[in-house]
Design a protein around this ligand. Sequence first.
Ligand SMILES: CC(C)(COP(=O)(O)OP(=O)(O)OC[C@H]1O[C@@H](n2cnc3c(N)ncnc32)[C@H](O)[C@@H]1OP(=O)(O)O)[C@@H](O)C(=O)NCCC(=O)NCCS
Length: 222
Amino acid sequence: MGLMSFIQEEIQIIRERDPAIRSNWEVLLYPSFKAVIRYRIAHKLYNKKHYFLARWISQRTVRKTGIEIHPGAQIGKGFFIDHGNGVVIGETTVIGDNVTLYQGVTLGGTGKEKGKRHPTIEDNVMISVGAKVIGSFTVGENSKIGAGSVVLSEVPPNSTVVGIPGRIVKQDNVRVPRLDMDQIHLPDPVLHDIEQLKKQNQELSLELRKLSEQIFGVNEEI
Ligand SMILES: CC(C)(COP(=O)(O)OP(=O)(O)OC[C@H]1O[C@@H](n2cnc3c(N)ncnc32)[C@H](O)[C@@H]1OP(=O)(O)O)[C@@H](O)C(=O)NCCC(=O)NCCS
């Protein structure tokens, strides 16, 4: 894609997704615009095995925009990072088309995996401010990840995931009921043991009374 068509596409994406933009010129001020254009160049260099140059561009971009995209990551069309600061995208991340990220998003690895270590984000996914998506699983198309979530496992398509660790709260626009977790009435193992001992004591007392009746012929309270 030529530079002019890239700029035109970026103008369209940003105008569609950020209501704060007032004129096409403002696109040039967006960190996302600067980061994505430099990433596309760095990615081409990376694919041609010019690893040092590719990393040099990407690290320079971090200083200018606060957005760190590893040149090895694969990113589709229509990608937009709103605000941008603190975004980190790891080397083996795969991002589909029309994906939106907000500031503070990490698409990272757990540190436990080798090879493909970072997530795959399918088309039309939105990852909200501060969310961390960590591991080599897939976030299915059209899903939304809530602000501040930490997502550690596969997300099916058309889901909304929120919280730490991330849980599915909506699927195909239908609310997923929350599992009832009673945090107040927790089991008390000591009380359980005492109840067991009381029961055994009652049984023994009954046995003793029966024996006493058989031997002495009296019904004494023991
Ligand atoms: C997740 C989000 C995208 C909403 O998606 P949605 O599919 O429309 O989901 P809903 O708003 O219907 O929320 C579903 C449930 O998740 C809860 N929820 C939503 N976002 C949440 C979050 N970030 N953390 C915890 N719970 C959240 C809601 O309270 C609701 O719970 P309930 O069913 O008990 O009422 C939105 O809440 C969000 O996080 N937006 C942030 C966007 C952003 O990054 N903006 C920054 C601009 S600078």
